[in-house]
Design a protein around this ligand. Structure first.
Ligand code: BGC
Length: 762
């Protein structure tokens, strides 16, 4: 039977009449309402040959120019033969429409393709990098930014994003720290769920949503020595306590797909990791979407040395729970033979194919293969709309972290400022503000710092500018101009840090300081004696110990995307009071890495009076800026914490309260943070763990009461016997402005309590 007529008949059989289709499909795209989807897919699969089922598991990148002819590409011919189920890196609705049409009309069964892309922090309207956004601790705003990205990407024909990256990262050498939410599993989990909600909405068949993809499963951020793709060897306990929670949170939020990681874990490459994929993800968590590999990672198993050849790699991968092969072509080339030889069960291929078809169904593609890509002016007009730029502006302001502000140098008073110097490679940069993995982001959408300062200051303030030097290298020829600019100005703003591609994939670095040439320039300008405001642009924590010691004001401005300039100008000139807080520790020195706030106490905790305690000879153990750190133009005071009871029962709760007073004359937002320490455990426990936070606006000279409820869920961990639960005993509870909070109150859990594991559905 011809494909379109087959799909049509199936729909008519299932839905009764075509008029009803739209309504019914959207009803049946709800996650839990399966029957009609199952009947449809069962019927479709009975028509499919083994090759066609394997075809659904094959994903290839489109390399054409967007105007390139469809028929020139091999894999479109393959797709027409039913050998390819999904495409990534194809861009524009028009182009995707043509490709979809070719495949739907010419292939035997007319099964529509999925179209994926790395829509990481915005599509055309670019938001701050994910790491920067995490510093806002603003889940609602993060969700909205993913929503905007989905609306724009979907308007341009895409229906699947390879985001969010939910890898916990404790090593700033690893460039991909820029793509995630930092070092903390609790915060990382909340952000992961917000991102999934943002991309997917509540109904996948809504044309303004895309499938999300939680990546990279798993523990990719734990690469040895922070070197990308490197070996990962961590305990099952650390895997479950630290690295898996954001993935589970994504699952609970209904994420449609997962991407495997490039790394091996405990000797097995993640793209063939049965324990991770089949056991934990699919069985224990009940994940019912599909798993795609990372780029050619099946093929790379031969290099890992876990299989002899590509065919074996494909078998290991499919048998471990992978459903779709990104770019290696191995499923396409070898899987049929593997099934014929009995190395892979046909049922396993059927299962993978079914999971992929289900997602196509849930997107509504069987009802209308062109629902995402049919050129639609109304949808297209949303791309780069003023509303989207307004959201990007708000997100950028919320992502900025004030690291230092001696003598309240900031905010600068624009009414009284006669002259200012703007120095550094980021001063008038568009492309670099887009940040790592900006993919479809367009430099011309970026308002630079210089442009925004000019707009903010008008003509009455003289702005002297000089690039001074490049991001790296040893060309000092611009120093003189920069020094001259500095000397003429009342205050100097230096826009320094990392180029966007110093973060992201394959961007690990052994120097995590401001690159040497820029540092030298900062030191030269410092010698002029002018007050310096340092604007830092970077994708990772940096070791800016010298700058912290010598410069009066430092603002962490990351790579903030399209609205970087206006957001920075708002903060520098006091039109916005910064409230961001770091989500990964900034070390004093690279030699301290890995360093994170939730470390263990050790048997010899540091004691300045005792030489034989855990420490370095040449550097203290303290970070430069701890997790959760960030200042404001307001000042906040915390009262002592009070508890309504000191004893927690397994089904009860404790309310912990604190009064936070804004002791300044400026309204300000504060992220009030709750940490807990379990003093004695069947296995050792971290010295502190984030268990709650609230972002509150506190008017000037006003106090607010902030309360948190604590229950056994907050005390649970993977115990010695690998069961999940809380153990009776004493706990310390801290509420403060960052993870360095010292004052605590004690409470007790009166008995052991099993808790539903975050990772296991009953
Ligand atoms: C990256 C993934 C990305 C994929 C497709 C890989 O190199 O690791 O994060 O989604 O490419 O572009």
């Amino acid at each position: 039977m011809n494909k379109l007529s087959l799909l049509g008949v199936l729909f008519l059989l299932i839905c009764g009449c075509s008029k009803e289709v739209t309504k019914k499909i959207s009803v049946h795209n709800q996650w839990n309402d399966r029957p009609e989807m199952d009947i449809f897919i069962d019927s479709l699969m009975t028509e499919m040959t083994l090759e066609e089922k394997i075809g659904q598991t094959v994903l290839f990148a489109s390399w054409w120019d967007i105007t390139g002819p469809v028929s020139d590409n091999d894999f479109v011919d393959d797709a027409i033969q039913g050998k390819v189920g999904a495409v990534f890196n194809a861009l524009t609705a028009d182009f995707i429409y043509r490709m979809q049409k070719e495949v739907v009309e010419k292939s035997r069964l007319g099964i529509p393709l999925l179209f994926g892309y790395d829509v990481i922090h915005g599509y055309r309207t670019t938001f701050p990098t994910p790491f920067a956004m995490s510093a806002s601790w603003d889940l609602d705003q993060i969700e909205k930014s993913c929503r905007v990205a989905a609306v724009e990407a979907a308007a341009d024909g895409l229906n699947w994003t390879f985001a969010p990256m939910v890898d916990i990262a404790r090593d700033p050498r690893w460039g991909r720290i820029a793509e995630g939410a930092g070092e903390d599993p609790y915060l990382g989990s909340l952000i992961a769920a917000a991102q999934v909600r943002g991309f997917q909405g509540t109904d996948l068949s809504d044309e303004a949503t895309v499938l999300a993809c939680a990546k990279h499963f798993a523990a990719y951020g734990a690469a040895q020595a922070g070197r990308d793709y490197h070996t990962v060897d961590i305990s099952e306990r650390v895997l479950r306590d630290v690295y898996l929670p954001p993935f589970k949170a994504a699952c609970d939020a209904g994420v449609a797909t997962y991407m495997t990681a490039f790394n091996e874990l405990d000797g097995t490459p993640c793209s063939a990791h049965e324990h991770l994929l089949n056991d934990i993800l699919k069985e224990q968590w009940g994940f019912d979407g599909f798993v795609v590999t990372d780029y050619t990672s099946i093929k790379e198993m031969v290099n890992h040395g876990s299989v002899a050849d590509e065919k074996e790699a494909g078998e290991a991968s499919m048998n471990a729970g992978v459903d779709m092969d990104m770019q290696s072509g191995i499923f396409m080339n070898h899987l049929k033979q593997s099934v014929e030889e009995g190395k892979v069960k046909e049922a396993t291929v059927n299962e993978a194919c079914r999971r992929i078809l289900e997602m196509k169904y849930r997107l509504g593609l069987f009802e209308d293969p062109y629902r995402y890509c049919r050129p639609d002016e109304d949808k297209q007009s949303k791309i780069k709309s003023p509303e989207h730029f307004a959201l990007a502006h708000e997100m950028a302001r919320k992502s900025i972290v004030l690291l230092k502000n001696e003598d309240q140098l900031l905010p600068l008073n624009k009414e009284q400022l006669n002259s200012i110097a703007l120095i550094g490679p980021m001063t008038d940069e568009q492309k670099q503000q887009l940040g790592a993995w900006h993919t479809t982001g367009q430099p011309e959408t970026v308002t630079t710092i210089l442009t925004a300062f000019k707009e903010k200051l008008g003509s009455k303030t003289k702005i002297y500018t000089a690039k001074g030097c490049d991001w790296e290298g040893d060309d000092r020829s611009g120093f003189a101009e920069a020094l001259a600019a500095a000397k003429k100005a009342e205050v100097v703003v230096m826009c320094m840090g990392e180029r966007e591609n110093m973060g992201g994939e394959a961007a690990s670095r052994v120097h995590i300081d401001i690159p040497l040439i820029q540092k030298e320039l900062i030191k030269e300008v410092y010698k002029t004696g002018k007050p310096i405001v340092l604007l830092l642009h970077n994708g990772r924590p940096l070791t800016i110990t010298w700058e912290n010691e010598h410069l009066p004001a430092i603002l962490e401005c990351w790579h903030l995307g399209s609205m970087a300039g206006p957001a920075i100008a708002d903060v520098v000139f006091g039109d916005y009071n910064p409230s961001g807080k770091l989500t990964a520790t900034f070390p004093q020195h690279l030699g301290q890495v890995p360093i994170h706030y939730n470390m263990k106490n050790t048997g010899r905790p540091y004691n300045p009076k005792d030489h034989f305690t855990t420490r370095y000879q040449d550097c203290s153990n303290d970070p430069l800026y701890c997790f959760g750190y960030g200042l404001s133009y307001s000042s906040f005071e915390y009262s002592a914490v009070t508890l309504d009871t000191n004893t927690l029962t397994p089904d009860g709760k404790i309310t912990a309260s604190v009064k936070v007073t804004n002791t300044s004359n400026v309204d300000g937002e504060e992220v009030v943070q709750l940490y807990i320490r379990d003093l004695v455990g069947s296995v050792t426990r971290p010295v502190k763990e984030l268990k709650g936070f609230q972002k509150v606006m506190i008017p000037a000279n006003t106090a607010v009461d902030v309360s948190f409820e604590v229950s056994v869920e907050d005390l649970a961990f993977w115990r010695k016997d690998m069961s999940y639960g809380a153990e009776k005993g004493e706990f310390l509870l801290f509420i403060g402005t960052n993870s360095d909070v010292e004052e605590s109150v004690k409470f007790e859990l009166c008995t052991d309590a099993d808790v539903e594991p975050y990772g296991i559905r009953k």
